[in-house]
Design a protein around this ligand. Structure first.
Ligand code: BES
Ligand code: ZN
Length: 885
């Protein structure tokens, strides 16, 4: 990891709450004021004291505590207590009037808080109403450690309690919380109403939620009788129809799959205009970014619609995985995130076949998990968490994508019914309680009769994953495979730890490519396996269906044997993807050259699947990236090579949707045409420009799936005029996906004054919501100018970034940091990037500690780009010379 700052500075010692006291029930009353951005609070907490003590400790942050009193025995008059506050740990210590023996007591807190604009705790969100005037609503984001911003609490997941929430709000506002309303009464002055909600089940503090504002909703009921609603700001409720329908189906489907009915009488899904994450699984009141919940059938792209389906299903899966059964501590965060991520695909796969979601799984989950986990600065799935205030960076592709992929691997290994049986056992046993990873393995072992702990601990406790080297020999009708495992590290170097995994291996063969011919479990560094009944010359492939979380490196002979069936598409699509994605990843290790990759890609000339083209495209973009660094001539030739490879498919696909196509075709069209346009293919560029102009001038709609590609061409080739048109579009649209796409496109402009204008508009004039500002960085990596501009801008404005996003711990801040650097490709830049953070005066040692991993990962990514270039310079020159361009 990047180490800088003062190595001798003592790390801030973190402290958990003492375990001798536990909350059992909270009664929380809050009166938010949307005009003054503040709230008043009164809460009573029932606490069980288990060891004699004269002090109690609770979390509180950014609250003005007006008084704390103790009721030692029912009926006693409350006694005021002195308090002291530790602002590093956010712990309020309450000095009790005398030593209290083990018993039940009540604490009463009176406090005032702020409705902040940092998208955490109880915060305000801003939007414009129909007449264009500014409005506010208030809502919450408590995970991981922000419930303490709203009321004093035992803010660790282990402390489950029941909650009675009461909100006092202005009469015209809607007030929501986890549970249904049980009473609504006027306040004493009649100006406000007091809305009381039913008692929640036992749950962790990070799952409590409220929302207050001028809201509208649509509703429906599940078969099991749960009232489902989608809430939005005024004017948008119709866009919630898709999610509402899906969520109704989803609750019923999970009721059955988990064999535990959803225990609350209602579940609201609400779209919040300012929201730092994608969505949050508060029990009974799930909050979403607008873009993650709302769909406009003619405007939303297929990809975005499928994302909405996944996000809806993800959060609802948490109602079981996370809410009903919760991790004991954040180290086991993956227990909820990894499983909600897996279940989202299970649900969408079974209920929305039109998305072909398991194809996308490969790129979006498996490949993205491997891409991060291939770095030396990765971390194990079960990751040590000391200070949970600094754990936002753990909500990453390891916790989500790798965990998800490892779950899929295990599900295939055990079979779905066995896997499901184990999960049901686990959920029943730990419902309304907390668990650790070992508890899950025990349940799965019980269901399967296998030692799941032994199999799985290598995957969750070690970072990284293996690459298998395979070679073969024929013996009569048998194929003998020699398989060796070592940790896959993207830089191709040695594993300092000598890690070893238990790897479930599946094998398929040329004569029946859709079946699993043999299964093995690789436990040693190297083993031989015999596959019976394989003819000489027949290809043999490992990792059938790309279900395993590992890569495979074949001998030349084995790889060559597969090429004809890749070309003819006799090999199944999941395998074609896996093979090409493995090769593309091996490029950086230096073990596969770009020339070899191009050879395999060229045999995919007849490829017709979007995801496989995606893998090819990714490899080709590596070639282009290297060529750009070499010389203008080299870049020109590389672009010609790309045109040669993509032109035929582009011509066949055209631009218009054909009737009877599946959902993947339009995405494929966008991908191929966009690549041709980027490579400078003039007819394609003209066609894109025409689409855009016809849209602006004649109102001819652009198909949502090719909209981003179109905007991109306009931004890259359309000069100031194109840029202004996109800006105008962004200003006038009310639809968040179009806003986002216009921004991503504009950030690709090759003209610095325009980029400067965009950054000023977004960051300084604050015309872009803080939650979306990172999209201004996304496209900058596509030009040298953009790269340098973005990095310089980040450095010069780091203070504002830190302030705006709420500190170094904020994931929005960390994502900007990564985007600002990761497309560089030289050792000098790697050093510059690292040094900047070491010397930056706006950061303290704790910040540097928090940022060590994201910085380390970005530095590593920059070095990988540099390495790719160095190991392929001469290969690329020869390749381009030989390609007859
Ligand atoms: N529990 C998370 C939200 C969250 C993330 C809270 C990080 C605090 C810190 C939620 O269930 C989640 O995973 N949301 C994802 C979307 C999901 C579809 C992967 C997100 O927000 O990106
Ligand atoms: Zn989640």
């Amino acid at each position: 990891m990047a180490t800088c700052g003062n190595p001798n500075a003592p790390a801030v010692k973190f402290e958990r709450l003492p375990t001798f006291a536990e909350p059992t029930h909270y009664d929380v009353r809050l009166s938010p004021c949307l005009n003054q951005f503040s709230f008043e609070g009164l809460s009573t907490v029932d606490v069980t004291i288990k060891e004699a003590t004269d002090v109690l400790k609770v979390h509180a942050q950014s609250l003005l505590i007006q008084s704390v009193s103790l009721v030692a025995n029912p009926g006693d008059a409350p006694k005021k207590c002195d308090t002291s506050y530790d602002d590093k740990l956010n712990i309020l210590s309450i000095k009790l009037p005398s030593v209290v023996q083990p018993q039940k007591v009540q604490l009463i807190f009176q406090f005032v808080g702020e409705l902040n604009d940092k998208m955490r705790g109880f915060y305000r969100s801003q939007y414009k109403d129909k007449s264009g005037s500014e409005k506010f609503l208030a809502s919450t984001q408590f995970e991981s450690t922000y419930a303490r911003y709203a009321f004093p609490c035992f803010d660790e997941p282990i402390y489950k309690a029941t909650f009675d929430i009461t909100l006092e709000v202005e009469n015209h506002l809607t007030a929501l919380s986890n549970m249904n309303v049980v009473s609504e009464t006027p306040s004493t002055d009649g100006k406000r109403k007091i809305v009381k909600f039913a008692t929640t089940p036992k749950m962790s503090s990070y799952l409590v939620a409220f929302a207050v504002g001028e809201l509208e909703y649509i509703s429906a009921q599940t078969k099991s009788g749960v009232e489902m609603r989608v809430y939005t700001v005024p004017g948008k409720k119709e866009q919630g129809q898709y999610s509402l329908d899906l969520s109704v189906k989803c609750i019923d489907w999970y009721n059955e799959w988990f064999d535990i009915p959803y225990p609350l009488p209602k579940c609201d899904l609400i779209a919040i205009p300012d929201f730092s994450m994608g969505a949050m699984e508060n029990w009974g009141l799930v909050t979403y970014r607008e873009i993650a919940l709302l769909v406009d059938p003619g405007v939303t792209s297929t990809r975005q619609k499928s994302r909405v389906a996944l996000v809806v299903a993800h959060e609802l899966a948490h109602l079981w995985f996370g809410n009903l059964v919760t991790m004991k501590w954040w180290t086991d965060l993956w227990l909820k995130e990894g499983f909600a991520s897996f279940m989202e695909y299970m649900f969408v796969g079974a209920n929305c076949p039109e998305f072909k979601i398991w194809l996308h799984f490969l790129n979006d989950e498996l490949a993205s998990g491997m891409s991060l986990d291939g770095l030396r600065n990765s971390h194990p799935i079960e990751v040590e968490i000391d200070n949970p205030n600094e754990l936002d960076e753990i909500y990453d592709s390891i916790t989500y994508a790798k965990s998800n992929s490892v779950n899929r691997m295990l599900c295939y290994y055990l079979s779905e019914p066995v896997f499901q049986k184990g999960l049901r056992l686990y959920l029943k046993k730990f419902q309304y309680s907390n668990a650790v990873t070992q508890d899950l393995w025990t349940a799965l072992s019980e269901a399967s009769g296998q030692n799941v702990n032994e199999l799985m601990s290598g995957w969750t406790q070690q970072m990284g994953f293996p690459v298998l080297n395979v070679s073969q020999r024929q013996d009569g009708n048998n194929r003998i495979l020699t398989v060796q495992q070592r940790r896959f590290i993207s830089d191709g170097g040695e594993d300092p730890k000598n890690s070893l995994w238990q790897v479930p291996i599946t094998v398929s063969v040329g004569s029946s490519p859709n079946d699993v011919k043999a299964r093995f479990l690789l436990k040693e560094r190297q083993q031989e396996f015999v596959v019976e009944g394989v003819a000489p010359g027949e290809w043999v492939k490992l990792n059938s269906g790309t279900t395993g979380f590992y890569r495979v490196e074949y001998s030349d002979e084995m790889l060559t044997a597969m090429l004809p069936d890749i070309a003819s598409r006799k090999m199944p699509v999941l395998d074609r993807f896996g093979l090409i994605n493995d090769l593309s990843a091996l490029l950086n290790t230096g073990r596969v050259s770009i020339a070899q990759f191009v050879q395999v890609a060229a045999s995919s000339a007849n490829e017709d699947e979007y995801v496989v083209w995606g893998a090819i495209d990714e490899g080709m973009s590596k070639l282009l990236m290297c060529a750009r660094e070499m010389s203008d001539d080299t870049l020109k030739s590389a672009k010609q090579l790309v045109i040669k490879m993509f032109e035929k498919t582009g011509a066949e696909l055209g631009f218009a949707e054909q009737s009877g196509e599946d959902s993947q075709k339009m995405m494929l069209r966008a991908l191929v045409q966009a690549r041709l346009a980027r490579a400078g293919h003039q007819p394609t560029i003209e066609k894109f420009n025409q689409l855009f102009n016809d849209f602006l001038e004649k109102g001819t709609p652009i198909h949502p799936d090719i909209r981003l590609a179109t905007f991109g061409v306009v931004a890259r080739c359309g000069g100031k005029e194109g840029f202004d048109k996109l800006m105008n579009l962004r200003e006038t649209t009310t639809f968040q996906e179009i806003e986002r796409q216009a921004m991503i496109a504009m950030s690709q402009t090759p003209e610095q004054p325009l980029l400067a204008q965009l950054f000023e508009y977004g960051f300084e004039k604050n015309k872009v919501r803080p939650q979306d500002q990172l999209y201004l960085f996304v496209g900058t990596g596509s030009t040298h100018m953009g790269q340098q501009y973005a990095w310089k801008y980040f450095c010069e404005h780091i203070k504002e970034f830190l302030e705006k996003y709420g500190g170094a711990n904020s994931s929005l801040f960390q994502r900007c940091l990564k985007f600002a650097g990761e497309s560089f490709g030289s050792e000098q830049r790697a050093v510059e990037f690292q040094d900047y953070f070491c010397n930056c005066k706006e950061l303290n040692d704790t910040d540097r500690q928090t940022l060590a991993r994201p910085i380390g990962q970005t530095v590593e990514a920059i070095r990988l780009n540099a390495r790719l270039l160095e190991s392929n310079r001469s290969v690329i020159e020869t390749l381009l010379k030989q390609s007859n361009l």
